[in-house]
Design a binder for this molecule. Sequence first.
Ligand code: AHR
Length: 507
Amino acid sequence: MSSHVTLTLDPAFRVAPVRRRTFGAFVEHLGRCVYTGIYEPEHPEADEDGFRKDVLELTRELGVSSVRYPGGNFVSGYRWEDGVGPVEERPARHDLAWHSSDPNTVGLDEFMAWVKKAGVEPMYAVNLGTRGVQEALDVLEYANAPVGTHLSDQRAANTGSAEKHDIRMWCLGNEMDGPWQIGHKNAEEYARVATETARAMRMEDPDLELIACGSSNSQMPTFGAWENTVLTEAYDVVDMISAHVYYSEKDGDQASFLASADDMDHFIDSVVATADHVRAKLKRDKRIMVSFDEWNVWYQHRAESRPPSGDDWPVAPVLLEDIYSAMDAVVFGNLLISLLRHSDRVASASLAQLVNVIAPIMTEPGGRAWRQTTFHPFALTSRHAKGEVLQVNIDAPSFENQRFGTSTSADAVATWDEEDGALSVFVVNRGNAEELSLDADLASFGDLELVEAVTLHHEDPYAANTKDAPDTVAPQANDTVRLAGGRLVGTLPAISWSLVRLARPTA
Ligand code: AHR
């Protein structure tokens, strides 16, 4: 069976410029993300600093722009100073958040060395769970102050260079609204400590980009009220408010899972509405932006997400090692469409996480590294989203789902690089029943040529990539797509994600 989806695109449907920071990721001291993920000195592919070169290469191929570090729930019990200085003198500690042990072999300086090799921007989270203003100022001094102070001189001695780390984006804690968080606070308590931390950090450097914790997800009982309270107090001293979300197929309800991006749209719109309400209340000009600094598909109820317990405090246990299916990648690609569509207010985003832990890149200790299904929509969107983000007008059949009611079976966004004459259309068929005949009106772009059309789809929506079959699910050329008289036509299989690239003909 086949139905039609009609897309109307126009260079005038401009949302905002594509922001590179939309393509951020996250490295937490959790499971095997750091140890045997980015860092494994014993690995045959390790470089002189112990970083896996295969992982670095895949990180570059993924097109990651920025990386949040060191947590996550981990950060709320973390002492940053444990991770600097001579490695043999660093203390091993219990990480209470994930019931693991951390040898602290990797800390801030190692992360910054990795950041340089990966060619990404760092985003650093301070601990506002067990710690406060002073420790945030200390790590800021250590990272960013020019040599000549106690802690910046320590940094220079430890790194052998006077160069500052110069971290611009700082998260003021992590998920402080969540009762699971070490040092969890109510909105008033968090608003106080976040405001005072931000104010003090700005005394050191007024140009830092500071991110207050928003809600851990939109289902939190305090969602909305939390943002209101926090921003009412912190409005003048922060730039962004965070949002986190994880989706999964629950109880076999494919339809609701496939419509997850509707929820992300609504979530972002609600955070923006709350921030703008505070703006009106306080009579301010400045707008608070959203830092969507954790998002992904995550099957939280599965055994692989259960931390160790009792006397077992392993280093780098196998944790949150979700294996992603073709359908997960389609939902994931649709979440990126939602983030791009909100580029006017989402100033930064971080896919949680980068390696092994709910990640697009998987590794085996001492062995191979490979791409999960979700790697592909991320890499292609990061590589080909250029210029201005364009809203796409969509006329498609709808489908009913338990969680969100009615959703359209297609979703899309486009980017247009006027200078290079390059148009990229990102489109999903998120219906699980039938293919869609695509018909897109591109007349207002003038003369265009088709560069390529690729589709990620598998007959079995639960097919996945493994270390032995790493290319089971990967984008394939979609030969049904062609240009006919200013219209783009083709077929989008059920449960698929596609990228169509077009360009102005060269003279
Ligand atoms: O990304 C995994 C965990 O999810 C993070 O540690 C936490 O911030 C969130 O709940």
